[in-house]
Ligand binder design. Sequence first.
Ligand code: PLP
Length: 385
Amino acid sequence: MYENILRHPGPTPIPKKVQLAMNRDIFSHRSNEFIELYRETIELVKPIFGTKQEILLLPSGGTAALEAAAVNTVSVGEDVVVITVGAFGDYFVSICEQHGFNVHKLEKQWGQACTAEDLRAFIQPLQNIKAIFVTYNETSTGILNPIAQLAQVVREESEALLIVDGVSCVGGAPAEMDAWGVDILVTGSQKAMMLPPGLSLVSVSDRAWQVIEENKTPSYYLNLLSYRSWAEKGMTPNTPAVTLIYGLHEVCKLIEEEGGFAKTIARHELMKNMVRSAMTALGIGLLTADDYASPTITAILTPEGIALGDFLTHLKQHYHVDFAGGLGHLQGQIFRFGHMGYCFPSDVLQAVSLMEAALQDFSYAFEPGAGVRAAHEVFLAAQRK
Ligand SMILES: *Cc1c(COP(=O)(O)O)cnc(C)c1O
């Protein structure tokens, strides 16, 4: 009877219009219909990446696109820096280690961001760094690393490429790939892009293409040069996720309908502020400070005196709202409230109100309605602007 209210930081809900768009009959990926759809879709996606470069579409999860970024630019034994501030940064470390790169790991405590000063101090003594890998939005902690500032440091202090995992925020956070000087930006379909899993998007700077052209890439399926040459013809090297590309086209149309990508970003910023104010009003802590807080996911500390696993199960069973737990050592200590993609201020009010109901069931001491009121005040203030 009830629909599950999915408030995970990926996968995320799919808009009805996108579902309908994906319901079309399939057509050949070598047909003129496909070429037209492909070309139009790529042009619509470029502003979301902040780039004039080609957007390459891989029929894969985000991880394969991260791996593509790594193996197309770096060879066995070469030095790289991987910045890790949580579980997904550690993922990037594993990918690089798996391929035999010499990894210099810049690690920050979970819940903190990597600042420009951190990066400068770390890379200054290093030499011959081929690439620097960083997670834009750390999905395990709700931290948005300051990519613009990090990119500036990379340019000032090294010749390295800057490779950015934007899987859990591109589509909901600002991305100015060209202006910031990001060399490769990657995202996936099932987070802020409002699509089912199975499609990833990659964009590459001119500088990075030069490196890729000289690199001996060991992968056939993930060879970006092959994606580039087919993209020139409005196609992909192999059969793409055609259905998801219909969906991606519709997602871009919905963003246009919202009033442009700046509006979409502002909505995410507003939802972040609503969630943070609500938790503070309920006396519930947040993992991250305000300055680098993510616009797409908020990590919330376990309310005092509550068994988190039971609380999340109760919320799902009785109120049909589904939050994500913590990853790694934060399991049991935090839960994650996803507010990205097809999510609106009204959804935040709904989730906070249901959370209050569960807090009451667990005899948590708070003033009923305080969280909803705080979130609503933030919402109203934004309407008055
Ligand atoms: C989800 C996620 C990934 C992995 O994407 P898959 O589609 O599961 O392969 C990588 N990085 C970040 C930051 C993510 O949030």
